[in-house]
Structure formats: structure tokens, C-alpha cells
Design a protein around this ligand. Sequence first.
Ligand code: AMP
Length: 184
Amino acid sequence: MTRLVILGKQGAGKGTQCALLVNHFKIPHISTGDMLRAAVAEGTELGLQAKTIMEAGELVSDDLILGIVQERLTQPDAENGFLLDGFPRTDAQAQGLVEMLAPEGIDMAIDIEVPDAVVTQRMLARGRDDDTPEAIERRLHLYQEETAPLLHFFSSRGALAAVDGLGTEQEVHSRIIKAVESRD
Ligand code: AMP
């Protein structure tokens, strides 16, 4: 049973590390952003509710998110664990998650640490239209605001692994595995 949460700024290498982790632990990758985008594409009731909020770059309500996560975690493939990505994003979501998983809770929240200057360089190097220096700075600021309390939330429960995100993909992966296994 491996129940993980992944945290990290845009450009910290979360996508690559998620792919390596789900392969290593044979657990499903549960991304609330992916689930919401799928709902929008399918035009479901949930998608209709989420669409405008997502387009405005705001957060979908905690109740709605907790509902979709709870439903997803009861599916059979999540029985032996999962990797949560993009969730929790607020204190209320973190509390809700702990209640859902009581009494065990999650095993580890992994924070991939990369300095702002490095993620900024990486994002500018991608050259995407929405990666202007101003937009990057804004996203980093928002991440800091929404995530710093979550780091505290998990560390106060002894469930935070802060992993150095500099180095090759394999080096970072090995550090994460070591951190997760040291908790078992
Ligand atoms: P992401 O791909 O994780 O960046 O998510 C894309 C968008 O979906 C976000 O900008 C939010 O509007 C919404 N979203 C995803 N996950 C959450 C969450 N845990 N809580 C609230 N909104 C979320």
C-alpha cells in the first residue's frame, strides 16, 4: 500500500517524476486537473461547472473537488495505493483527504524542491506563449501562497519528504524512492 501526494512548482519536473513513480509502485496517477479537463471535454455537469472557473485560473470549490476525489479513491485500482497530483491544493482539501483516509492517512507528501530562478529559466526556455516572465512570476507567487500551508500540514504529521529537484531525472527519482521507503 503506497499512498502518495506530489507537490512542486510548475517546472519542477513533476510530470516526469509522476510517470516514474506510478511505474515503480504500480499505482494509479490521480490528477484532479486531468479529471477536470476530461469532464470539460465530455461536457458533463461537473465539466460545465468547472469550465469557467478553470479558464479564469481560479480554484474549483473544495466540495466539488473532494467529491470527485472521494469517488475516484473508491475505485478498485486505488485499493493498493495511488499518487495524488494537483490535490490537495487548500487546507480544507488536505483536511478532507485525511478524513477520507482515516485512520491511516497518506504515507508521504513529496515536495520537489527547485529554486524559483531555475524553474523560471526552464519555463522561459520552453518558449510557450503563456510563459512570459510576468505570468511565470504570478504562478510562482500563487503556488507559494497556496502550497506553503500544505507543506506545514504534512510536515506536522511527519509525512513530508522534501526532495532536492536538481540533477538528472533518475537522480531525483532515486531520492524520492529513498525518502518514501525510509518511511515504511
Ligand atoms: P492543474 O492541471 O493541476 O494545474 O489544474 C488545472 C486547473 O484545474 C486549476 O487551475 C484549477 O482551476 C483546477 N483544479 C485542479 N485541481 C484542483 C484542486 N485540487 N482544487 C481546486 N481546483 C483545482
